[in-house]
Design a protein around this ligand. Structure first.
Ligand code: MTE
Ligand code: MO
Length: 419
């Protein structure tokens, strides 16, 4: 990865960041003080510092921005998402509770997955049985937190203030959930599935679950919904759900239960933790920013909206006005493939089409690239806009304010100075 400038925008004032991350002595971690550190603009970090933030703090992670450490939540600075397949060390982490000991030990002994509820035969399978009894598949899949982009909402929505980086596209190996559900035999009364993981509630009260969400039976039986044990050729890392996780591609990341131990086939919409109230729900119709929305006027989020990121260059770059600037990133949508990608450097007055690669498989993100010319020297903003197969486009401004700040798919903008 090349960086034209060694800066990373964190979207948060530096001091607040240090407090939020609960980390002290960061400068010491760099092996010395940073001259002029006090003059760094709020929200900008030297890349080396961003690296130091998680190196040795979250084992197996590099360069992530920590939003909170109990539970652990960390997003990836957008310029570190340049790879077509997101490496494990760069994949964001969204935990609601405490990572199970077994995941830290990478020990699947005694572990099994139970399938029960509206099924003909209750099923209990261990990892070896899952691998052997069902056809294996390997797919690149986008996982994006429903709250990615929350920091863009005004008035602010409570919750992790994700900017752009609560998304990744890694390569997963596993089996289709439907193959396993078919073995158990789905009853006609089945409506929904609900997952349970081995992670503990923050209170350590065993009667409480940090999160237990699910999807309608049709999505559970979809040919893209997976149970995965491998991420980029390795057993699932501790933070990503060892030994097994669910992935419901195109839907909010929260539907992909980590540290999976049970799938309950329900005769009604699953009502586990974070399925009810305002969790992962948005108003049925648009509301004015700041509106209090009653529960019965909220609906569960299904497909994630069309979105793209600019991974190269980072914002704030200085370039020569005489040479075209190479721009690059990824685009994805919960509704299907991306069909067009456009970039503008005149505040959206005119657009040029970027080249777009087909996805590696359904629900993988797609690489886009463009070489952009700048007519004169000066300050520019580059805007990037994806269009999906259903004709949805990214809005120019933050869309549809909602109480919990979900689904912000506004175009990303970067600042470019041509000299
Ligand atoms: N058991 C369990 N599964 C979970 C969660 C969790 O806290 N516990 N977090 C969910 C949320 S909100 C998201 S966005 C994704 C994040 O997956 P990642 O940490 O692998 O990026 O996992 C989902 N699955
Ligand atoms: Mo999430």
């Amino acid at each position: 990865m090349k960086h034209d400038k060694k800066i990373v925008f964190t979207g948060q004032p530096r001091r607040e960041f240090l407090r939020a991350s609960g980390l002290t002595g960061l400068f010491a971690a760099l092996g010395g003080p940073i001259p002029f550190a006090d003059r760094l603009m709020p929200g900008i970090f030297p890349e080396a510092l961003a690296q130091a933030v998680t190196t040795g703090v979250i084992p197996g992670k590099r360069g992530l921005r920590i939003l909170g450490d109990r539970p652990l939540n960390a997003e990836t600075p957008v310029t570190l998402l340049d790879d077509e397949i997101t490496p494990n060390e760069r994949h964001f982490v969204r935990n609601n509770g405490l990572v199970p000991e077994r995941a830290h030990r990478q020990d699947a002994k005694g572990w099994s997955l139970a399938i029960d509820g509206e099924v003909e035969r209750e099923l209990k399978v261990n990892l070896a049985e899952l691998k052997q009894r069902f056809r294996n598949h390997e797919r690149a899949l986008v996982i994006e937190c429903g709250g990615n982009g929350r920091a863009g909402f005004h008035p602010p929505a409570s919750g992790n203030q994700w900017t752009l980086g609560a998304v990744g596209c890694a390569l997963y190996k596993g089996v289709l959930l439907r193959d396993v559900l078919n073995e158990a035999g789905i009853k006609r009364s089945a409506v929904y599935i609900g997952y349970y993981g081995e992670d503990q509630h923050l209170s350590r009260d065993p009667a409480k679950h940090p999160i237990s969400r699910g999807v309608p039976i049709a999505k559970a039986m979809d040919e893209h919904t997976m149970l995965a044990w491998e991420m980029n050729g390795k057993p699932l890392p501790a933070h990503h759900g060892f030994p097994l996780r669910l992935i419901c591609p195109g839907w909010p990341g929260s539907t992909g239960g980590k540290w999976l131990k049970r799938i309950w086939v329900r005769d009604r919409i699953h009502d586990g933790e974070k399925m009810t109230g305002s969790s992962y729900r948005v108003p049925r119709f648009p509301v004015a920013p700041g509106t209090k929305v009653p529960g019965e006027e909220m609906e569960i989020i299904h497909e994630m909206p069309v979105k793209s990121i600019i991974t190269t260059p980072g914002t704030g770059v200085e370039i020569s006005a005489t040479k075209p600037l190479h721009l690059r990133g990824h685009a994805w949508s919960g509704w299907g493939n991306i069909t067009a990608m456009h970039v503008s450097n005149d505040f959206g007055s005119t657009w040029i089409a970027a080249t777009l690669k087909p996805p590696r498989n359904a629900y993988a993100w797609q690489r886009w690239e463009a070489d952009m010319k700048f007519p004169t020297r000066g300050y520019y903003e580059v805007w990037a806009r994806a269009t999906d197969v259903k004709g949805h486009q990214q809005p120019m401004v933050v869309p549809g304010w909602n109480p919990k700040g979900y689904l912000n798919n506004a175009m990303q903008r970067i600042a470019v100075k041509a000299i």
